[in-house]
Design a protein around this ligand. Structure first.
Ligand SMILES: *Cc1c(COP(=O)(O)O)cnc(C)c1O
Length: 256
């Protein structure tokens, strides 16, 4: 058997850790989707992880997402015309996970599957308006500032449910869940609290039937805290550095 690449080994390690965390939390591993965050990965590495079966890819900046989505598409098109069989390749879904400015929505929409980072009414309205003109309903998540750090993006905990209700009524949007980022700390209880608070908002919204049956995702957990997130109910973990290496923990870089 061929020797495994570093990427293949890292992917397997991450998948095993996800499975173990699920067992520990008495959850079915099929409830948790891995979103591979490609910030620090080059085009060849991205292609490789897709060929290893990862369908969900994430980027935190519009320009990078658009560029990489186009590159990947082209790469697969080229291989197709050269007769490389593509039948086993699953379709790729791109997730926008970073802060989104309204003036970049139009550029983003043709390439993105789901936007995790909706945190204001004005942004939601912009996606709704452009989305209705150009494509079918855009799956979005509401980003919650559960750690209540003032410099962080996301809607305040106290305003989340009201904004969620407004988004759920927009015809161009499909509210599919909530997203949060825990504080960057070694204090497990602080991390756990942020996830737990987001889960509570999620349960309350479900109880009020906001978003309907498609409202089912909790996008929580990154390389350093995904096991805690899975214990607290995450259905999507966004993992970069544990797969691709590099210091991709700087997550609040302003848009250029
Ligand atoms: C970069 C980033 C991630 C991945 O972070 P890692 O620590 O590299 O796993 C997850 N979520 C968001 C919003 C990010 O910006």
């Amino acid at each position: 058997m061929a020797k495994k690449s570093i990427l293949e080994e890292r992917l397997q390690t991450v998948q095993n850790r996800i499975a173990e965390a699920c067992v520990k939390a008495r959850r079915d591993p099929s409830e948790v989707t891995l979103v591979a965050v490609t910030k620090t990965a080059g085009p060849e590495t991205i292609r490789e992880i897709v060929q290893l079966g990862v369908q969900d890819l994430g980027e935190s900046r519009v320009q990078q997402l658009v560029q990489r989505a186009s590159q990947l598409h082209e790469m697969f098109q080229r291989r197709k015309t050269h007769g490389v069989p593509q039948t086993s390749l699953p379709p790729v879904r791109w997730h926008m996970i970073g802060h989104l400015q309204r003036n970049k929505v139009k550029q983003l929409l043709p390439h993105v599957h789901c936007i995790h980072s909706v945190d204001s009414l004005r942004l939601a309205e912009e996606i709704d308006e452009i989305g209705m003109k150009t494509r079918s309903k855009v799956p979005v998540m509401l980003q919650i500032n559960a750690s209540e750090e003032p410099q962080k993006h996301g809607v305040a905990v106290g305003a989340a449910i009201h904004l969620g209700e407004q988004i759920a009524t927009m015809p161009g949007l499909q509210l599919v869940g909530l997203m949060t980022m825990a504080e960057l700390t070694d204090d497990e209880s602080v991390i756990r609290n942020a996830f737990r608070r987001t889960r509570e908002i999620f349960e309350e919204m479900k109880w009020h039937k906001i978003g309907g049956p498609d409202f089912k995702h909790l996008s929580m957990g990154m390389s350093h805290d995904f096991e805690i997130a899975i214990q607290e109910g995450s259905t999507m973990v966004r993992i970069g550095s544990a797969l691709f290496g590099g210091a991709a923990t700087e997550t609040e870089i302003p848009e250029e």
